[in-house]
Design a protein around this ligand. Structure first.
Ligand SMILES: C[S@@+](CC[C@H](N)C(=O)[O-])C[C@H]1O[C@@H](n2cnc3c(N)ncnc32)[C@H](O)[C@@H]1O
Length: 359
């Protein structure tokens, strides 16, 4: 593999660090992760031993001075981040500076301060059409005014070897060079997408107990994906099942692989009948988007929700990535993350621009 410079990265809204992990896997040096959610930041610190963390509110101006202190003399080559866009408000481009939009302004402010060679912003696809595309256009305009070549595209994680259909809008800005970033070519197509079964079939069923935070693998890995996720890891962490009520187990037992509430007999499970209710993953497909723990999605085979480790596998977190906090906090950390393998693919593609200009 080609040798690259160790480019320094700053991760804003880092959460537990899925995005950072992918960039680290690609070969970047993550200098600092910033977030205001303490449990997520604890997980981040535990798994990114070489990086600093800052517990700070990115809508508060003083946070930027703290970032400056922690970055010190280091050059920041790349800024990455996924600002939440809940409550995004815009009644016209001029209102972009509205208080509620401050989280985007945090990305703009740090890019202004550090003038990185490149930046990446990740968001939900709906952001592209929010206010008839005005928000997206305003972001493009602002960064272009700062001298960046910026482009955006909706990517699907399954195209990069992640066993999950998760679509994300990704902006990439480049400071130098003539051309815009070309997004990485997919490594997978629907014909060879990694399936749920290929991703998690080696993990204990937990049918006789609810598992624990630290346990043992019961089987050798079966698929290439499982081997890759396990790496040298020989302790199984975060594989603990929800202790469902008996009626939940009995109800989901009636749903076939890939089915949902519509497969239930009349009169069963009717308390939950919205479109996602009582959904079992399909064993022969990638999973649908991992959520933050709503308990509507079930294992394709076992009568329970996926464990944190199973969800982490579907998000392409390696097994030695440990999630800290309560089960609810862990679910939120996993569900909020950018899939590591998708981030890695973007990071590797970015090297082409950072090392030599576009090849
Ligand atoms: C979508 S998650 C980011 C996930 C992360 N990029 C990953 O790959 O794991 C958004 C994060 O923004 C954080 N956040 C939201 N508002 C914030 C604020 N005002 N200051 C700092 N962090 C904030 C949340 O705590 C959450 O962890």
């Amino acid at each position: 593999m080609a040798k690259h410079n160790k480019y320094n990265v700053l991760d804003l809204f880092c959460g537990c660090g899925g995005l950072s992990k992918g960039f680290e896997m690609a070969g970047y040096n993550i200098v600092l992760g910033v977030d205001f959610n303490e449990p997520a930041l604890k997980t981040y610190a535990f798994n990114h031993k070489g990086s600093k963390t800052l517990h700070g509110d990115l809508s508060a101006p003083e946070t930027f001075d703290k970032i400056d202190e922690l970055v010190g003399e280091k050059t920041i080559d790349v800024i990455i981040g996924g600002p939440p866009c809940q409550g995004f408000s815009l009644t016209g481009p001029r209102n972009f500076d509205d208080e509620r939009n401050k989280l985007y302004l945090a990305m703009i402010e740090t890019v202004r301060r550090y003038q990185p060679k490149a930046f990446m912003i990740e968001n939900v696809p709906g952001m592209a059409t929010l206010y008839k595309g005005e928000v997206k256009d305003e972001i493009l305009k602002r960064f272009r005014k700062m001298g960046y070549k910026i482009t955006c595209q909706i990517l699907c994680s399954a195209d990069y070897g992640v066993p999950q259909i998760r679509k994300r809008l990704v902006f990439i800005g480049l400071r130098d060079g003539e051309e815009e970033f070309e997004f990485p070519t997919p490594s997978h197509t629907p014909e060879n997408y990694i399936t749920c079964e290929q991703a998690i079939s080696d993990l204990p069923s937990l049918v006789d107990n609810t598992g624990s935070d630290v346990s043992e693998y019961e089987h050798e890995p079966i698929t290439e994906y499982q081997k890759m996720m396990r790496g040298d890891c020989n302790v199984l962490r975060n594989h603990k099942a929800v202790d469902h009520k008996q009626f939940v187990k009995d109800t989901i037992a009636l749903v076939p692989d890939g089915g949902n509430w519509k497969d239930l007999p009349k009169g069963v499970g009717e308390s939950r009948n919205f479109h996602m209710a009582w959904t079992r993953y399909r064993s022969d497909k990638p999973s649908r988007t991992i959520d933050t723990g709503h308990r509507n999605n079930f294992h394709y085979k076992w009568n329970r929700c996926p464990t944190v480790r199973e969800s982490a596998r579907l998000q392409s977190f390696p097994d030695d990535f440990v999630f800290l906090g309560t089960k609810g906090q862990q679910d939120r950390q996993v569900g909020n993350a950018v899939p590591c393998l998708m981030a890695k693919a973007i990071g590797i593609q970015l090297f082409k621009y950072l090392d030599n200009g576009k090849k």
